[in-house]
Write a protein that binds this ligand. Sequence first.
Ligand code: NAP
Length: 241
Amino acid sequence: MDRVNDTKTALVTGANKGIGLAIAQGLGAIGYTVAVGARDDGRREAAVEHLRAAGVDAFGVALDVTSDDSVAAAAAAVERTAGRLDALVNNAGIPGRADGGAQDPTTLDLDVLRTVLDTNVFGVIRVTNAMLPLLSRANSPRIVNMSSSMGSLTLRTGPVMAAYAPSKTLLNGITTQYARRFADTHVIVNACCPGYVATDFTGFQAPRTPEQGAAIAIRLATLPDDGPRGGFFDDEGAVAW
Ligand code: NAP
């Protein structure tokens, strides 16, 4: 029981690879017990083994962010194993199909848009609301939403991707709504951009490592009680909305 009471626990969604795995490893390295949220049994177990081999206290949580049932079961599993949640990192995300003009706004495939929103936005809301009872048991709960500068209406970075980029714009908007809702509480919610990171997502054609991409999420997941709320940050500081 001591372990349950004294050790902070973080749930990272999409933690089986890429930036999510690096976030899990980084939080584990500073003493967090890490709940490895991943939808595929084999990939999840491989990630848990990888993390344990690196000295991280990790456990796997079956989690498909697009499924109400899966998310409810994940919350029950975290409750059974850890009893509470100190940090939630909503990292799972998809770019969505872009072939055949599927993400050209003039030929935007609405099924692609729905699919991307279901993971990148509804998934974050679904997971966050299911985990709130567990987060409320922590002294200093932190929620981090993995966004992208592609969602910045000011910067307009990256290629035209009319499902993915607006999904991150909406995620930023949702982040500020949560932050306002929790303004008078100890729950701190922020969004971040990892930079352009070499993962499956980018075909590994990007300059930053997953560890570099993970750094800002780890910082926001471990903010002090007087840390910023409702912001959008990267390694350099605030990102323009
Ligand atoms: P990645 O290597 O493709 O990893 C994405 C992760 O999300 C995988 O673990 C994947 O699981 C998981 N995932 C997707 N759909 C899911 C679902 N329905 N339920 C649970 N997990 C799901 O990509 P990444 O580059 O690490 O991206 C992580 C986050 O960073 C995303 O939100 C992305 O938008 C954001 N981001 C990335 C970059 C970049 O340059 N890479 C830049 C800006 C923002 P499976 O293995 O099962 O598919």
